[in-house]
Ligand binder design. Structure first.
Ligand SMILES: Cc1ncc(COP(=O)(O)O)c(C=O)c1O
Length: 385
């Protein structure tokens, strides 16, 4: 895959979308779709209940235009909630409400970097980071994670160049679900601080899945380790309401260019035509931001699927967060493996879409017995290879 052209980045995504649609058409309701994270069960019904009640009580002014950046009372509540979670003194205007983490990432990269800056990405990574960077004329340096999909700080140090101006990491990792611990984040921060002249490099901490930790593993915030951090959050991901397009950016109160950064982000929301989330979804985000979703059902599914696949000889990556399960293909060609699964009506995602080969990602979108049928097919095809 070419990281330097739109075509090279978009083609594999579009090919996969075609395979996905063709398989759904061919198998209809018999398809077992574990590809995009569109769960068919509710981990926690609260967003639906709150949205219904907000809609029932809405008056004309509740539907009004939102300022770029979001409504101040919403930003204030989100800032207070994140201040508690990160133990950092966020003010209301450190928060910029965005239509999902997607827009937050794109706007952050556009506002805070310019060509010929180089940005380090850790692979496997969320599929669209390289696309945004390439589109903005920024140079992408891919650095593979360790075998356990942890930060390889030595490899990051080796990839550093005088033009490196930032790093994007996901905490927890996506597609892996691996939670980076304090030690990894401390080492990364120390490396970045060593490169802080003439200006400190920026850390974009994508916390889209931060509230999707399904066991007791602590999930430290990169912003608590490195002051020059912009955090990305997704209320959609946190609460299984991705289609409601709600997220935010949080500029660290310790960021050297805090005020300029916020002003640039809000300007770029306008320039890129990304408005704030809709009026009701902002209220929904504010209503939910002090609580965490109940992930008991997801935890059960995760333990079950991991146990079943491991028992049947697959290598499943040890992880503690997200709806995803990341496992090894029988050979390096992940696309060949997922095509064989699609031939049998099971849809999972090949790791090459996440910029590494040899793995696949399962999104736990439904429970037993359908999940067990999918696990049977995956295990059979794995054994056959
Ligand atoms: C790491 C990561 N960042 C960003 C996003 C996009 O989030 P949103 O749906 O809020 O736009 C995703 C979606 O899967 C993701 O996994």
């Amino acid at each position: 895959m070419s990281l330097t052209t739109h075509e090279g980045l978009l083609r594999p995504l579009e090919e996969y979308t075609r395979l996905h649609l063709d398989t759904l058409r061919r198998f209809g309701s018999r398809a077992l779709d574990l590809s995009f994270p569109n769960p068919q069960f509710l981990s926690d019904p609260r967003p639906y209940e709150v949205l219904a009640s907000l809609a029932a009580q809405a008056r004309p002014l509740d539907m009004r235009y939102s300022p770029f950046g979001g409504f101040t009372p919403v930003r204030r509540r989100v800032a207070a909630s994140l201040a508690r979670q990160h133990a950092l003194p966020y003010a209301w205007n450190d928060i910029v409400m965005t239509p999902g983490a997607t827009a937050a990432l794109r706007v952050a990269l556009r506002s805070l970097f310019s060509p010929p800056d180089r940005i380090i990405l850790i692979t496997p990574c969320w599929m669209d980071y390289p696309l945004y960077l390439q589109d903005l004329g920024l140079v992408v340096d891919l650095v593979p994670a360790t075998r356990n999909k942890r930060l390889d700080v030595e490899a990051i140090a080796s990839a550093w160049t005088p033009a490196t101006r930032g790093i994007v990491i996901a905490q927890p990792g996506s597609p892996t679900g691996v939670i980076h611990d304090d030690n990894e984040l401390k080492q990364l921060a120390a490396l970045m601080l060593r490169h802080s002249t003439p200006t400190p490099p920026l850390l974009i901490a994508d916390e889209a899945h931060a509230l999707q930790v399904w066991d007791e593993t602590p999930c430290p915030a990169p912003a608590t380790h490195y002051p020059h951090t912009i955090t990305v959050r997704s209320f959609g991901k946190a609460w299984d309401m991705q289609g409601q397009r709600t997220g935010c950016l949080a500029v660290s109160p310790h960021l050297g260019i805090r005020d300029q950064a916020v002003a640039a982000l809000i300007r770029d929301m306008r320039v890129t035509g990304h408005c704030a989330p809709t009026a009701l979804t902002q209220q929904l985000a504010a209503a939910l931001c002090d609580t965490a979703p109940d992930l008991t059902g997801l935890a059960d599914l995760q333990c079950h699927a991991r146990q079943q696949l491991t028992r049947r000889g697959l290598t499943v990556l040890d992880a503690h967060a997200t709806r995803f399960l990341y496992a090894r293909c029988p050979a390096q060609d992940d696309r060949a493996f997922i095509s064989r699964l699609a031939e049998r009506g099971v849809l999972v995602m090949p790791s090459s879409l996440f910029h590494e080969s040899g793995w696949f990602r399962i999104a736990l979108n439904f429970g037993r017995p359908h999940l067990d049928r999918a696990i049977d097919v995956i295990s059979e095809e794995h054994a056959r290879a």
